[in-house]
Design a protein around this ligand. Structure first.
Ligand SMILES: C[S@@+](CC[C@H](N)C(=O)[O-])C[C@H]1O[C@@H](n2cnc3c(N)ncnc32)[C@H](O)[C@@H]1O
Length: 322
């Protein structure tokens, strides 16, 4: 389900590329991420959870992805990372003995990823400035794992379709696709004006109510009766300017199946713990410590299904013909 928001547009590919520009990559949290995350991820994979610098919000989904591969996938396997950003997942998996290539639409992020590869004595040419069309260049049944973190939400429906179909074609039998999604159900927990839109969409899509309610009457009634804060949209946030695709974790297995994948696992890497409108008045450092202590432990808890704005899925290619 994609929640329609007024005054928003769906981004074109060139707009996506220009959003992830120098301004995006020089945000304070982005720089801290670039400088510390490879070291922190390697420490976490070795079981160390203290003295980490990168926040839980930033590191958890990358950790859960690398941890799964490190434990379950044979060393030397062929891996592709889509929309790699600074490339830290690729750097870490390369350090752990995997053969990883990566692409991203942003030349700034790839230039930084190549620089870090050189620092780590890895191959900078593993990083490509490309969008999803890069997948067309890859051979059938050639990869063991494909990763895309913080990626599909930015793609329009036809581009998402292209990614799923090509990922299935390129993966070896039993190959794994690890991707995350914006979580539809988080709107319930956010308790802001968009939660009202969520309930309106849910109720309206259940059955035909035209005999008891006029068009838009339900939304008007809900908005009038329930007072909520207005969602704040941060300047650098993509969803502040464009519509973002989201999925429902309760039904996502059917979508996975329609593309020839079995949904093996769903994890909720990082919860907000408090609805976002309460975050302004809270000590962020202390909240981060609580998130660091609890979010990974609770990454399968049912409450996280509402409190986490994204969910991470592990899909296995099925061998039956579609
Ligand atoms: C939120 S960042 C995630 C980066 C990284 N995967 C991570 O986990 O931190 C989104 C990334 O998607 C990239 N991106 C957006 N649209 C893209 C497209 N069509 N093709 C390739 N990369 C894209 C952006 O340049 C950016 O690096």
């Amino acid at each position: 389900m994609t929640i329609k928001k007024t005054n928003e547009q769906v981004a074109s590919l060139s707009e996506t590329a220009s959003h992830f520009d120098n301004k995006w990559w020089t945000r304070e949290d982005a720089i801290s991420q670039r400088l510390n995350i490879v070291k922190d991820l390697l420490k976490m994979l070795d079981g160390e959870r203290v003295n980490l610098i990168t926040s839980a919000r930033i590191i958890n989904r990358a950790f859960l992805t690398c941890d799964f591969i490190n434990k379950k996938v044979k060393k030397g396997s062929n891996i592709l990372e889509m929309a790699c950003g600074y490339g830290f997942v690729t750097h870490v998996l390369t350090e752990k003995g995997y053969n990883v290539n990566a692409f991203d639409i942003s030349k700034e992020s790839i230039s930084s990823a190549r620089e870090e590869a050189l620092n780590l004595s890895q191959k900078p040419e593993s990083f490509h400035i490309e969008n999803e069309k890069y997948l067309s260049k890859l051979e059938d049944d050639s990869l063991d794992v494909i990763i895309g973190l913080g990626y599909l939400r930015y793609l329009k429906k036809d581009a998402q379709d292209f990614v799923y179909k090509n990922a299935r074609r390129i993966l070896k039998p039993d190959g794994i696709l690890i991707i995350d999604h914006q979580n539809d159900l988080y709107e319930m927990f956010a308790l802001n004006n968009e939660s009202i839109i969520f309930w309106n969409n849910l109720i309206s899509s259940y059955c035909d109510l035209s005999s008891i309610l006029e068009k838009d009457e339900l939304l008007n009634k809900l908005t009038k009766s329930i007072s909520t804060p207005i969602r704040e949209r941060k300047g650098h946030s993509f969803s502040g300017s464009f519509e973002v695709a989201s999925e429902n974790p309760l039904t996502y297995k059917d979508k996975a199946k329609s593309y020839g994948f079995v949904l093996n696992d769903i994890l909720y890497p990082h919860c907000d713990i408090l609805p976002p409108f309460l975050h302004n008045d809270i000590n962020k450092k202390k909240l981060d410590l609580i998130q660091r202590e609890y979010c990974l432990k609770l990454s399968r808890d049912w409450k996280s299904m509402f409190m986490c704005y994204q969910f991470l899925t592990f899909l296995k290619k099925t061998n039956s013909n579609l």
